[in-house]
Design a binder for this molecule. Structure first.
Ligand code: SIN
Length: 491
């Protein structure tokens, strides 16, 4: 049994999930090797899963490859019906999925529930979108020809999902692939494979034909990733994670010119102009910075606040940050859970130390909570300058550095001065400024007077070294389709 009592006691329907290590979509492990999953809040052992590698990945790819033509040959409505059934099962088991997510990842249960409903929303969206795959006809330059474009599924897709949104990223990647007629092999993050396993248990119940969805559990990603990238049966890789791993996958895919969707790191600026609604900007900054303990690739990484509103913003912001309670995600009073591991703690501490050494001031927080575990106080730094590490590197934690600025025109230039281009936010009310800044920010997504913009209806993704492709919306479906031009002559 992979799930241990500390997790099982949170579940309403444990029977559905206790045999996650024996799911039909998992395949057969070739060795007895296992790996353990722990609750980052309590350190309790939650589960032991088979530790798979290249061989099991190859077998999963083989199954996906055999199943793909038949899956693609179903009508869009038939594929859509199965996605709908999966969606409904996820909705029906949302509380259990959220409990599994909180146990393995640490985020507050309310956030976990919101993530599971976001995952369900992707399934719903692509169950609908499956029916809207269109081609086009083109006016031919001569009368004896007809020219058309049809869209066809890419084929087998290898997907690798991250630990920070272990449920919604599974749905965001695989629901458009399945709607398009692709089959998939998924490797979830080694820290958080259980909610993916539970979602796949529900996928098996939803009735996907054998080989359409395939799961590989592994304690490290190298062997699985290499097999996915080098196996010619896999036609596309979709990855969410660090820019460093994204570069590696891109190199590994280059021999076969394999298609890639990459959703990578960010260094999001959050700019508050002097004409902003400051109360709204404070609330937006709390959300953009501290959701998921700052472990979000669209997290506000550096806050720029214009001089005339700086002190008011800082005072209100610090007061609200001090009130955020930190602890076990199952405690309903908790707003911020643990960090995923000790490396994450060390990175925040190094960013704070670097900033303080260069003249930064700690306005609240700044320390670990307790000696064991990975809880960290939500922290606000002021007197930050652009050469500090905290302004240049992604922190991925509950640390908000505030940079004071005077010149509204120069600040956009400074905000763009990064290799990343995922998300940016700004608060302003002057319409002319709103348009000018929105157009000038070099980012794939811009939040205007909002601290949250992720939605199944919108294209999520970045430019520059933040990635390739888009997830969500009709554009997310296009990323799993090939375009084929048909030219009929002799007419
Ligand atoms: C992320 O990919 O880190 C953010 C996902 C989200 O905002 O839903």
């Amino acid at each position: 049994m992979p799930l241990c009592p500390p997790l099982i006691r949170h579940l309403n329907t444990p029977d559905l999930f206790v045999t996650i290590d024996r799911l039909p979509c998992l395949g057969t492990p070739v060795s007895d090797r296992t790996f353990e999953i722990f609750n980052p809040s309590t350190g309790e052992l939650l589960a032991e899963l088979p530790d798979m590698g290249a061989e099991e990945t190859r077998a999963a790819i083989g199954k996906a490859h055999v199943a793909q033509p038949e899956w693609a040959a179903l009508t869009a409505r038939e594929r859509s019906d199965i996605l709908w059934r999966w969606h409904q099962l996820i909705v029906d088991h949302a509380d259990d999925l959220a409990a599994i997510l909180t146990a393995e990842m640490g985020k507050p249960l309310a956030e976990a529930k919101s993530e599971v409903s976001h995952a369900a929303a992707y399934l719903q969206w692509y169950a609908e979108e499956a029916n809207r795959i269109y081609g086009e006809t083109i006016s031919a330059p001569s009368t004896d020809r007809r020219m058309l474009v049809i869209k066809q599924p890419i084929g087998v897709v290898g997907t690798i999902t991250p630990w920070n949104f272990p449920a919604s990223m599974v749905a965001r990647k695989i629901s458009p692939a399945l709607a398009a007629g692709c089959t998939i092999v998924l490797k979830p993050a080694e820290q958080t494979p259980l909610v993916a396993g539970a979602m796949f248990a529900l996928a098996d119940k939803a009735g996907f034909p054998e080989g359409v969805v395939n799961l590989v559990f592994a304690s490290e990603g190298d062997a699985v990733g290499r097999e996915l990238c080098s196996n010619p049966k896999v036609r596309k890789i979709s990855f969410t994670g660090s820019t460093e791993v994204g570069r590696l996958l891109m190199r590994q895919c280059s021999d076969q010119i394999k298609k890639l969707s990459l959703e990578l790191g960010g260094n999001a600026p959050f700019i508050v102009f002097d004409d902003a609604d400051i109360d709204a900007a404070v609330d937006g900054a709390i959300q953009a910075k501290f959701r998921n303990a700052g472990q979000t690739c669209v997290s506000a990484n550096r806050l720029y606040v214009q001089a005339s509103v700086h002190d008011r913003f800082v005072d209100e912001f610090v007061e609200k940050v001090r009130r955020l309670s930190v602890g076990d995600g199952f405690d309903p009073a908790v707003a911020i859970g643990p960090l995923i591991d000790r490396h994450a703690l060390a990175k925040i501490e190094s960013h704070i130390a670097d900033a303080v050494a260069k003249g930064g001031a700690v306005r609240c927080g700044g320390n670990r909570i307790g000696k064991e575990g990975t809880l960290f106080q939500p922290t606000v730094l002021t007197d930050i300058s652009c050469e500090m590490a905290v302004a240049r590197e992604e922190t991925f934690g509950p640390l908000a550095p505030i940079i004071h600025f005077e010149d509204a025109d120069r600040i956009v230039h400074e905000a763009n001065d990064t290799i990343y281009g995922l998300a940016a936010y700004f608060y302003a009310s002057n319409l002319k400024r709103v348009w000018r800044v929105a157009e000038a920010l070099e980012y794939g997504m811009v939040g205007i007077n909002t601290g949250r913009m992720s939605s199944e209806a919108a294209p999520f993704g970045g430019i520059k070294q933040s990635g390739i492709g888009r997830e969500g919306s009709r554009h997310g479906l296009e990323d799993y389709l090939e375009m084929k031009y048909l030219c009929m002559g002799g007419l």
